[in-house]
Structure formats: C-alpha cells, structure tokens
Design a protein around this ligand. Sequence first.
Ligand SMILES: Cc1cc2nc3c(=O)[nH]c(=O)nc-3n(C[C@H](O)[C@H](O)[C@H](O)COP(=O)(O)OP(=O)(O)OC[C@H]3O[C@@H](n4cnc5c(N)ncnc54)[C@H](O)[C@@H]3O)c2cc1C
Length: 420
Amino acid sequence: MRIAVIGAGIIGVTSAYELAAAGHDVIVFEQGSSIAAEASFAHAGLDGAGCATVWSPLAVAGGLAGLTVRGRLPAALPLGSPGSAGWTLKWLRENRGAAQSEIHERQHRLATYSSACTTELTQSLHLDYERSSGVTVVARRAGESQRLLAAVAVLGQLGVRHRQLTADECRLLEPGLNPRAALYAAVHLPDEGAGNSREFAHLIKQQAQRQGARFAFNAQVLAIQPGARPELTVARGPQRQQESFDVVVVCAGLNSTRLLAPRGLKLPLIGVAGVSVTAPLRLDEVQTHLGPTSVLLDPRRGVSIVRAGNRLRASGGARVGAMSRTHEAAAFKLLYRSLDEWFPGAARTGQAQQWQGNTPALPDGLPVIGRSGLDGVWLNLGHGSAGWTMSCGSARVLSALIAGVAAEIDTAGLTIDRFR
Ligand SMILES: Cc1cc2nc3c(=O)[nH]c(=O)nc-3n(C[C@H](O)[C@H](O)[C@H](O)COP(=O)(O)OP(=O)(O)OC[C@H]3O[C@@H](n4cnc5c(N)ncnc54)[C@H](O)[C@@H]3O)c2cc1C
C-alpha cells in the first residue's frame, strides 16, 4: 500500500520503520526540518514498564503518584494554563480505584511489549544509543518510603522485577550519591533503564530509509480528506499539493487535533509540559564515581537524573497545559537544585542545555492506535509521558492492524473505541 505518515517524532519514525519493513511504500511528511525535534527532542529517556506506569513524570509531579496508592487527593495539582483544569479532572477520575488498576494493566501490557520490541530492534539492527540499565527510586524520609512501599505493591501485582534497598545498599549501588544527601530507602528496578531517544530515532530513521521509506521535510500537512483514497493537502514552502494514498497515519503529536477536529474527530488531547537540563559530566581522575551509574528517580520532586554517555540529564517539572514563564523558571531551578543535592559537582552546569517540551497526552495516559473511524485515516498518537517507551510496540501494533492481522498483544483499551 502507499502510506503517508504525518509527523516525524519518535512515534512517526518508528511507525514508518514498521510499515516500510512490512513492505509498504511509505512517505513521512514533517513540517520541521529534522526528525524528533518537538516532544521527542530532549526528554528524560526512561524506558521501562514500571516507569511508564507507577512513576510516569506526570504521576509523580505534585506528589500525584501518592494518589495512585493512597486513594486521596494530592496536595497540589500540576496545573499549567487555567484551561487545563477540565482535562486534569478527567485524568484524576481515570487514576482512582478500579479504573486505575485497569489503566495500569493496559499501560503495562503495551509498555512491556514495546520494551521487548525495542530490545529486539536494538539487538538485530546493532543500534547504539547510550543505553544504561537499572533505575533507582529514592525516598528521603520515612513518609516517602511508605509511598514507595505502596508503589512496590503495584509493581508486584504487575510483575515488574524490583528490589527494596536500605540507604546503605543504595549508596553501594550508586557510589556517586552525595554522602550528605538525606536518604531513607530506595527501590531498584533492574529491567528498566534509559537511553538517548533522539539518537535512537535517527538510527531507526536510517533503517526505515533502508527499507525504502522516504522523509519529506518542511512539508506541512494542512488538511486530510478521508475516503477510499484519502487525500492530503501539503504545503511545501509557497506551494500547495494534493496527494492521495491508500492509508494515512496521523502521528502529528499535539497538532493532531488540528488535523482531525475539522473532520469531526475530537480527542481530549492536551500538552503536558516538562523541562530538562543536559550537561557534560565532569571528568575527575581522583573521584571516579561521578553522577549516577544509570538512572536516579526522585518521585517526591518529580525529577529524574539520567546518565547518557558522558553527559547527565535531569528532567521533570511536569505541568498540564501550557507552562508559564514562572513555572518554567521554577522547574529549571528545581532541576539544578536536584543535581546539586544528589550529585554535587558532577555536571558542568555552566555548559548545560535547557529544553522545554510538551508531550501529547490523553487523560488515561494511553495512546490511540488503529482506525480513526474516518475512511482511510489511522492513528498512532497521545502517548503521554511514556512515548518513547511505548513507540516500538505501538508502531508494530499499528502495522499489524493495517495489514488486517491480529496484533501480538490484546489491543483492548488502546483504540479509539474508548472515546466513542
Ligand atoms: C520533560 C519530559 C520528559 C519525558 N520523559 C519521557 C521518558 O522518560 N520516557 C518516555 O518514553 N517518554 C518521555 N516523555 C514523553 C515523550 O517525549 C513523548 O511521548 C514523545 O516524544 C511523543 O512523540 P510524538 O512523536 O507523538 O510527538 P512529537 O515528538 O511532538 O512529534 C510530532 C511531530 O509531528 C510534526 N507535525 C505536527 N503537525 C504536523 C503537520 N501538520 N504536518 C507535518 N508534520 C507535523 C511535528 O513537527 C513533530 O515533529 C517525556 C516528555 C517530556 C516533555
């Protein structure tokens, strides 16, 4: 089939790869001049089923992770723009009681499958993208540790491998930790990890091109005309072109609503804003243990500190909706403070690069994969705070559904049906 993919974020690129590998003639339209330049640019890079469920950046922001286990309202909602309140209430409804267990099961189902797909691609295609293994989740005080234990119970139900650590055991595992930082206990997730997802996207793009996929940059899709041969109106500079395909796949991140709403498809998609700081790791011949060996997650602050090759990346500050300047400044400040508290002097913060991104999210934190209900138009969007983790699996599910064969996982709860 001749297939158009709209958007070259991590979701569009992995979709293009799977569809091209399945033998389709694929063209990706990207309005920007390169791939992975929006939400997929400099996010935390965590990859694993536990982080995708219990410790997603949004869940930990403002102590919301506590909600998942204590069943009461958080002290502060991570609201950005005032217009985001309605969405956040929907998010809260989805994240309580029985509904939440169902969502955990769905997130876990997709994230586990997806991580297996990523590993398989990494090994079979010999991909190298600064991957590190193991996530350590820390608690500073007894109260935080209580929450950690409750989260551990959820991990246990989901079958995520984990080990509880005392403060001493944690320091042995992460010898670069500040000896003066308050530390009460920790949980280690050996099967989770992190990597440079932008590098991963570039490597997968090359593989997609090898399979024949083409990428058109500075090509903005203005409109979709559904039908037996769906049509796109594409702007390339001053030129407007109409092109028809057998299938159109929308992976346009936050912009997807602008393309779909005029066709009567309104999804509760919102941007969840967050920030990251990436800085070179200081090299020290005397003090060899600088920075984390892999990933340190501080759920109380909603901050992750990740080692990516010879750099450190701290990220967090999740806010639903647009992020104000005040929030942004406070979020960056928190990242520098966290770096300083956990790994003082490890990062050359004078050379740090700051990034603010908006991840496309639906209230249940799950994507929509598959048919849209509009003729010839398919969706792979709304992956929330675990877009990279879920990308390879989502792309493979999409490719199977387009081919008319059963996906390798149950797709219940991952399709458009839940919004009908
Ligand atoms: C602070 C932060 C930390 C995060 N941490 C993690 C993490 O640790 N692990 C994880 O898995 N995920 C994480 N995420 C989430 C992850 O970044 C996103 O889920 C993922 O990048 C979304 O990818 P996407 O391809 O859907 O969107 P995008 O990357 O935004 O891609 C959409 C693309 O579509 C293009 N486009 C839009 N409209 C059009 C149009 N009309 N025509 C042509 N092109 C168009 C855009 O230019 C863009 O390139 C984090 C996000 C943030 C903000």
